[in-house]
Design a protein around this ligand. Structure first.
Ligand SMILES: Cc1cc2nc3c(=O)[nH]c(=O)nc-3n(C[C@H](O)[C@H](O)[C@H](O)COP(=O)(O)OP(=O)(O)OC[C@H]3O[C@@H](n4cnc5c(N)ncnc54)[C@H](O)[C@@H]3O)c2cc1C
Ligand code: FES
Length: 263
């Protein structure tokens, strides 16, 4: 695992994707080339009255220009303040944090399951796999949301040229229903040939965990938790483990094997 650094990065580009979703590209990050999909950064909101850093999955990387990108939806005060920043503004970034995904074997088909704004680590995993010449036909990118408008930055995913399978609860785009039903619709039995990776809202992760258990499909989930320190010290992010005891999502996670954490 690469060393954790704290660096002041400049916003080199802010993109307004509409409906309160933004992408921010930050540079120069000395660890840009070392970020594994699933790892995250802890960002200081540049206001003295906002104490806790906020966690964001690394969404995209451009090692050539030492830049990393995050994508976020404005939910509360922290993200509203981030959305108000401009190109050239500086942000203190701690990272890269967390463990990241293990890659599938070349024999397996990777089921990539993203839900809403939980899409970034799944996108980066897909991109990394393609860079490593993973067979495109063995990557199925399921992307679920309540409605078509909740599937953000779809153009970037499409550019990867892999099989994108949208699922929307209202049926406005792709499969009508939740993402786990879309997966079930495609895969009757895992037969040792599939590996699943998921990130999204807690309800979706629970459903993926259950489905993967039923189909005996190995895989990993990327979890979220409140993250005051991000460094394994405060225990603000602990979750119970299926085998007993607790785990610190910021340190041992945020990526866990199917069935490992009690959801
Ligand atoms: C590993 C990880 C990856 C994530 N990746 C993304 C991502 O890629 N995109 C995305 O949009 N969101 C991501 N999130 C969620 C993100 O960190 C924010 O929690 C979320 O966007 C809420 O935004 P906010 O800061 O506007 O909320 P606020 O309303 O400002 O904060 C929510 C509430 O939680 C409290 N709080 C905020 N941060 C912390 C903290 N660190 N510790 C304790 N309490 C806190 C605040 O005081 C407030 O009461 C991720 C979270 C984790 C743990
Ligand atoms: S956020 Fe402090 S221990 Fe994980």
């Amino acid at each position: 695992m690469s060393r954790i650094v704290v660096e002041n990065l400049n916003i080199i580009k802010k993109t307004d994707l509409g409906r309160d979703n933004y992408v921010i590209d930050l540079a120069p990050f000395s660890k840009a080339g070392a970020v594994k999909p699933g790892r995250f950064i802890h960002v200081k909101i540049p206001r003295t009255d906002v104490f806790f850093r906020r966690a964001f999955s690394v969404y995209d990387i451009n090692p050539g220009e030492k830049s990393i990108s995050i994508i976020f939806k404005v939910l509360g005060r922290g993200t509203a303040l981030l959305a108000g920043l401009r190109n050239g503004d500086s942000l203190s970034v701690l990272g890269p944090l967390g463990n990241g995904f293990n890659l599938p074997s070349t024999r397996e088909t990777a089921i990539l399951a993203a839900g809403g704004i939980g899409m970034p680590p799944i996108y980066l995993l897909a991109k990394k796999l393609l860079e490593k010449r993973f067979d495109k036909t063995k990557l199925l990118f399921f992307y679920g949301g309540a409605s078509g408008a909740d599937l953000v930055d779809i153009r970037r995913i499409k550019k990867l040229g892999l099989k994108l399978l949208p699922a929307t609860e209202d049926g406005t785009l792709g499969f009508k229903g939740v993402v786990t039903d879309a997966i079930r619709d495609k895969i009757a039995t895992a037969d040792g040939k599939f590996r699943i990776y998921a990130c999204g809202p807690e309800g979706m992760l629970k459903a993926v965990d259950r489905l993967a258990g039923e189909l005996r499909m190995p895989g990993q989930l990327s979890l979220e938790a409140p993250m005051p320190c991000g460094l394994g010290v405060c225990l603000g992010c602990i979750r119970p483990l299926a085998a007993g005891g607790y785990t610190r999502v910021c340190r041992e996670g945020p990526v866990y094997n199917i069935g490992e954490v009690l959801l």
